[in-house]
Design a protein around this ligand. Structure first.
Ligand SMILES: [Zn+2]
Length: 368
């Protein structure tokens, strides 16, 4: 049994209500049989005490387990990726597309929970090699249906990518095909998200009913109100956007227009995220680990959101309370699985403490 004491941040402290009324800060909780209880268990014995600032297990809402820069990886590598995320406090991952079958991870009590989006669905030769199903629009509905059935309630499209004819980013799917595919996913109970760097790919996807956009670097004054009105979420992955200048440099000789475009998107990345936040667009943390990026960067991503101008409380919510509600998973509630992270100092004061958890508790077990 665990007794966790200190400041238990069960929800965003709005500061508008007294703690006991808002119920968003508690002084302690217990873990019995892997589950959270706020009621002191009778006759508690062999209790291990952990003290500190407590948050629900962090959410990396854009992560790839079973993937590296070259495609699918073996099980020991996938295991290592999942352990790295776990040790960084990321206990709930939304896998934004993986060619590997990682279903075995669900059987492992010591590994984070994963919400899968199946395998990426991209247009032929319009994505990183070995990652996606590469198809043409007439097959989109069938592939989306198959991945909706394979995943855990999400499907991932590649919404835009470099177009070799124009030498710039270009939208990948005609409106009709994508609209039918999203309707099919919704019929099957799955939500749809898409990788989008560019400006032009956004409005048609939102109008077609998409639920979320990954990266969303191309948001502008025209599309921001549209996202806000429809409640379409974004997962900016700023730790990944930070690599745009390096990508641009690599591709410059062949595709100078694309390289220039990528640099401009990078240069305005914080302004873009801040404008989205100000407009009320739901924002969640994602790192894009697993492609070119290392796992375990969720704390850095929260710090990037703060750097973009999002108040610490809301940046934390993007990785905890808000993200869990969005994904339909509990936070620190009575009876919920004890998936939580304990810190030395108040993460609301300085989110950088997220990179150094004192203790990580998963399914009621102290794992880190
Ligand atoms: Zn990704």
């Amino acid at each position: 049994m665990l007794h966790i004491k200190g400041r238990v941040l069960v929800g965003p402290d709005t500061g508008e209500l007294a703690d006991d009324i808002a119920g968003d800060i508690r002084d302690e909780l217990w873990v019995v049989d892997g589950r959270i209880t706020f009621e002191r268990p009778a006759g508690a014995r062999d209790v291990r005490l952990i003290e500190g600032w407590v948050l629900p297990g962090l959410v990396d809402a854009h992560c790839h387990v079973g993937l590296d820069a070259h495609g699918a990886v073996d099980e020991p590598t996938s295991e290592k990726q999942a352990l790295t995320d776990r040790d960084a406090g990321a206990l709930l991952l939304r896998d934004a597309g993986s060619p590997a079958d990682t279903r075995w991870i669900d059987e492992r009590e010591d590994l984070p929970r994963i919400i899968r989006a199946g395998r990426h669905i991209a247009r032929t030769k319009r994505y990183i090699r070995n990652y996606a199903h590469e198809i043409e629009p007439e097959d989109l509905v069938a592939y989306v249906a198959a991945e909706a059935r394979r995943g855990d309630g999400w499907v991932k499209l590649v919404g835009d990518w470099i177009d070799r004819e124009t030498g710039d980013l270009g939208a990948c799917w005609p409106r009709g095909a994508v609209e039918a595919a999203i309707a099919e996913a919704h019929r099957l109970g799955a939500r749809v998200t898409a990788h989008c760097f560019a400006e032009e790919s956004l409005a048609p996807l939102v109008e077609a009913g998409i639920d979320c956009i990954e990266h969303a670097t191309g948001l502008t004054e025209e599309t921001i109100p549209l996202f806000a009105e429809r409640g379409v979420a974004i997962v900016p992955t700023l730790v990944n956007i930070a690599t745009f200048p390096r990508l641009a440099l690599g591709g410059e000789a062949k595709f100078p227009r694309w390289a220039d475009h990528m640099r401009r998107l990078h240069a305005r990345r914080y302004e873009t995220v801040r404008a989205a936040y100000d407009a009320g667009i739901p924002i969640y943390t994602g790192t894009d680990a697993g492609g070119g990026l290392a796992h375990g960067l969720v704390g850095q991503e929260v710090a990037e959101l703060v750097k973009a101008g999002i108040p610490a409380r809301d940046a934390l919510s993007a990785a905890t309370w808000g993200a869990r509600a969005w994904l339909g998973r509990p936070g620190l509630t009575e009876g919920a699985s004890a998936d939580l992270v304990v810190y030395d100092t108040d993460p609301r004061e300085d989110v950088r403490v997220l990179t150094t958890p004192r203790r990580v508790v998963l399914r009621g077990r102290v794992v880190g």
